[in-house]
Design a protein around this ligand. Structure first.
Ligand code: HEC
Ligand code: HEC
Ligand code: HEC
Ligand code: HEC
Length: 161
């Protein structure tokens, strides 16, 4: 009888430990190196290293005025409605699922003039709007602190081969 109880408690303790571990490890990504990089056959620019955890935890706490929509500052649904109550256990759609064309919009003299909505079809444009808009707001408000807004601050220079 005692032995049975013991075994049962071992089973329960183990089960609890597994659940706890799952909760801890179904975490948000710490760092994302190259957002949707697999969609790119070729990268023009150096791969961006994005500190997801710092952005979603540290900065969100430090600068709540920039994070009125929480996770929804960057994550939204198919109607562009901010996913304010997202959790790290949720399945998150990739930006490229909706902002489908890899790269920036066509540029140069012959390129068509696009409005913002048309530009947003391009993956890199959507990312640039998202990242830079917040960084610009930050830089204005929290001078002399500076979040990156220039190419090489986000895209490290590629090594020449
Ligand atoms: C500053 C922008 C930003 C904020 C704020 C943010 N995220 Fe993200 N998150 C991203 C980007 C960019 C990706 C990569 C999307 C992709 O791969 O297309 C991502 C990916 C994810 C993923 C998927 C990781 C994977 O491996 O597939 C999860 C889960 C996630 N975020 C949860 C959250 C939660 C929960 C919050 C709020 C607590 C949050 N994010 C806040 C930008 C952000
Ligand atoms: C489920 C589809 C979907 C996903 C996933 C998605 N978007 Fe969007 N996004 C939209 C739609 C729809 C709009 C509205 C523009 C339009 O009508 O084309 C939009 C608009 C935007 C805008 C303009 C916001 C504004 O209000 O001016 C930015 C910036 C943006 N998305 C970035 C991202 C980033 C970064 C990710 C990944 C973290 C992402 N999107 C994931 C569908 C999506
Ligand atoms: C909602 C606001 C917000 C958005 C959106 C945002 N950032 Fe930031 N980011 C910040 C803030 C705030 C800082 C600087 C904090 C400081 O200096 O104390 C920062 C700093 C950085 C830095 C330098 C420090 C570090 O953490 O590595 C990089 C690189 C960066 N962001 C990349 C990105 C990229 C890439 C995106 C888009 C996928 C993005 N950020 C979107 C708020 C934002
Ligand atoms: C705040 C950070 C940030 C800044 C500043 C920035 N980018 Fe990006 N850019 C990104 C992110 C994030 C992506 C998505 C791909 C990735 O993660 O590497 C991207 C994608 C791209 C891509 C498509 C991928 C590739 O390598 O071909 C190009 C081209 C690009 N950026 C050019 C530029 C240029 C040119 C500038 C300066 C005018 C610039 N970017 C400034 C964050 C930034």
């Amino acid at each position: 009888m005692r032995k049975k109880h013991f075994l049962l408690s071992v089973v329960i303790v183990t089960a609890v430990a597994f659940v706890a571990a799952a909760v801890v490890y179904a975490a948000c990504p710490e760092i994302i190196k190259g957002i949707d990089a697999s969609a790119y056959k070729k990268h023009k620019k150096g791969t961006v290293v994005f500190h997801h955890k710092k952005h979603e935890e540290t900065y969100a706490k430090q600068y709540p005025d920039l994070y009125k929509n929480g996770c929804g500052e960057c994550h939204h649904d198919k109607d562009n409605k901010p996913l304010t109550n997202l959790t790290c256990d949720d399945k998150v759609q990739k930006c490229i699922d909706c902002h489908k064309i890899p790269g920036e919009r066509p540029k140069g003299k012959k390129a068509p003039k696009l409005n913002k909505k048309e530009r947003l079809a391009y993956h890199a444009e959507a990312l640039h709007y998202n990242c830079k808009d917040c960084h610009k707001k930050f830089n204005k408000k929290y001078k002399p602190k500076k979040a990156p807004t220039t190419c090489s601050k986000c895209h490290p220079k590629k090594k020449k081969k």
